[in-house]
Ligand binder design. Sequence first.
Ligand SMILES: O=C(O)C1=C[C@@H](OP(=O)(O)O)[C@@H](O)[C@H](O)C1
Ligand SMILES: C=C(OP(=O)(O)O)C(=O)O
Length: 408
Amino acid sequence: MNIKLLKSKIENDKTLVISGSKSESNRLLILQELFSSLTIDNVSDSDDVCAMQRALASTENVVDIHHAGTTMRFLTAYYSLCSTRELVLTGSSRMQERPIGILVEALRQLGADIEYDKKEGYPPLRIKGKIVEGGKVELPADVSSQYITALLLVGTKLKKGIELHLVGNITSRPYIEMTLQLLKQLGVESTFEGNIISVKPLVKVNTEQFTVESDWSSASYFYSFVALSPIGTTIKLKSYKQDSLQGDSYVNELYTTLGVETTYLADYTLELKKVRETAPVFKADLIETPDLAQTIAVTCFGLGIKCEMTGLHTLKIKETDRLVALQNELTKLGGKVEITDESMVIYPTEGMNEGVEISTYQDHRMAMAFAPLVLKGDIEISEAEVVTKSFINYWDCLAQIGVNMAKK
Ligand SMILES: O=C(O)C1=C[C@@H](OP(=O)(O)O)[C@@H](O)[C@H](O)C1
Ligand SMILES: C=C(OP(=O)(O)O)C(=O)O
């Protein structure tokens, strides 16, 4: 299904309720499986989290998690070391191109029995669950933090706990910190010093009730809408906290350069307001917040300002090669974009080509990031249903803020 977005202005001061964080939800679901007394509120209703719930409820010997990266990585560790099941863990054709060798190698160091069913280093995986003692593991940290989180989550159940020795530059570090914070709330003792993380086995559950904060990566698209709107425009979002566990809450700092101010109101309500014109150049290193890259790229293009982003080397192995996808689609709109393996520069251009069909490459964030350009002119989003990977009612939320659209 394509969605044609017709040039619109947003209605001022609307309030949207955004579903729970997919990252927090998928961590807590694994922890709930390990410590059954946990209860979780505001669990994300996204496809990736439903894939986790379905997998955990399944007794089949083939488990398919579709496009969900966290679900694939967390379950690989869970089935290998916290179950005695034999199964094949697989995913979509794109998932079969997303590397998992570093995690498999780390789990094998602990004694796991995992074989590749097709291509070495990639899903599907043939797993024979084994109970092992735990201990020291060495692994590269510059490809995906999800491998590290997967090991930390299961480390809480291993007799000796787990001690990770991280090699290379740590990527997506706030996601590791989120994991350690959740473990701390649960009652797990851990340390993270230099490149060594150690997690002790959990003795006593401290907290049984967890409430997932709404998803900050989902909030980023509304920062983009506000940044592209006239001064004075506001949108309110629920339910967000000032002391978030999510690294993408840094979007509030990043968008100050783009003219958006954030206020934390009562009742976990966030107010985004366009307060000033934008600086002519936006520069950021996104090694800690890779999921914000597409949102920011499109905002800067829409504002007609120069955008220089670095720290993007992991974008190639996400739902699509996001560097190439952004370059292709912004170029169709009249943008001038240069990319390297880990960086992107967007040069200032005026206006955009109208009526262009944006390809989304089976990537939810391509669809969601390009939609705010409807404030500049008509634009069509292909395969618009991809948004459900992380944000089921994205298009409904756009309708609620006054975006005109037609399904095609
Ligand atoms: O741990 C998590 O919940 C995530 C970690 C990040 O992945 P990488 O560590 O692979 O960058 C992020 O892009 C993904 O959307 C969610
Ligand atoms: C990269 C992402 O997800 P995952 O790696 O969990 O599939 C994302 O949501 O942008």
